[in-house]
Write a new protein. Sequence first.
Length: 70
Amino acid sequence: MVKDTAEAVAEVVEMAATAAEKASSEVAEQLPEKGRLRAVAVLVEHASKEVAEEAHLAQDILHKVFCFVC
């Protein structure tokens, strides 16, 4: 039960971060090149990418831990 919940949370976080990365990238493309809003959108894009990568790593770790325990 704990295993399933932890894996589900990591998966949802990864999906949400990936969606945020895509949305912020699309928004950034529509904004003026030198604008502050574009800079913020790009910042959100990069942060979202990092979160998605970390969530994916968390899933890998969870799989290894739970396979080791079982």
